[in-house]
Design a protein around this ligand. Structure first.
Ligand SMILES: [Zn+2]
Length: 264
């Protein structure tokens, strides 16, 4: 997970503002959940922002940094728009954050692995879907006027730099919590890694395989830099490279070489 910074004001597609104003007015005018739900399901206009969202991350999933070359990305609503589950159980009495259904700051570009529910070979369910646990349910926002800042989400948010720093990347290709076991920060990282399946679907094996190629190059050139190898390392460090956070961490294990240190 790499920090996503959207400079303000955001340069949204020109068409968006008109669509947004219309959708927001319609949702605000619908008093019953069933009507709102039907309207929002029918009007998934956030798809208009998919390209804009993809540009901010170099066409990578904001959560896992995968490039989705053979399946389209989803526009995930960080706070679910039509209902909430906590550890798989529907949260009674909450209709979801319907008032954020068309707010760009609630959108996260997500690969289908991170966003959609699917069981792994061990029958464990992964994928964010409508999951949105918070630390203290008493602070859960239920109305547009409530303060979202009072909630402490368990899921790490790629739009919060401090959240991204709670994840470490091992040479084994696995994502791990940084904070000590038992802390809230550890729980958040563990939950995010497991729920979104960062270490599932052969992802660590894929990362390890690619790192082996780089590690071999590093071993061959040793302490003497080489323009072709520098170019290859820089490519893996680039923000738009798939799993750049992992590669930055892996390349960082070669900081003893001055030329590598200079690249980081
Ligand atoms: Zn993903």
């Amino acid at each position: 997970m790499r920090f996503i910074l959207i400079p303000l004001p955001p340069h949204l597609p020109s068409r968006w503002h008109r669509v947004y104003v219309g959708r927001l007015a319609s949702v605000s005018g619908l008093g019953a959940h069933d009507l709102r739900s039907a309207y929002i399901k029918k009007n998934g206009s956030w798809g208009l922002l998919k390209k804009w969202l993809a540009n901010t991350s170099g066409y990578k999933c904001w959560y896992c940094e995968a490039k989705s070359t053979r399946a389209p990305f989803d526009v995930d609503h960080f706070r679910p728009k039509l209902g909430i589950t906590v550890d798989g159980v529907k949260l009674a009495g909450h209709d979801g954050y319907y008032w954020l259904a068309y707010e760009w700051c609630n959108f996260r570009l997500s690969c289908q692995r991170c966003n959609r529910p699917e069981k792994d070979d061990g029958d464990v369910l992964h994928g964010k879907a409508n999951e949105f646990p918070i630390r203290d349910e008493a602070k859960r926002c239920t109305l547009p006027a409530d303060l979202l800042g009072a909630e402490s989400p368990r899921l790490l948010d790629p739009c919060v730099q401090a959240d991204c720093e709670l994840l470490a990347h091992g040479l084994d290709g696995e994502v791990k919590p940084v904070a000590p076991d038992g802390s809230w920060e550890y729980q958040r990282a563990r939950y995010t890694i497991d729920r979104l399946g960062f270490n599932e679907w052969n992802t660590p094996e894929d990362k390890r395989g690619r790192w082996q190629t780089l590690a071999t190059l590093l071993a061959v050139v040793g302490d003497t830099s080489n323009p072709a190898v520098i170019s290859e390392i820089n490519k893996h460090l680039s923000h738009d490279h798939e799993y750049a956070s992992f590669f930055r961490s892996a390349i960082g294990t070669h900081r003893d070489k001055a030329w590598v240190e200079a690249l980081l």
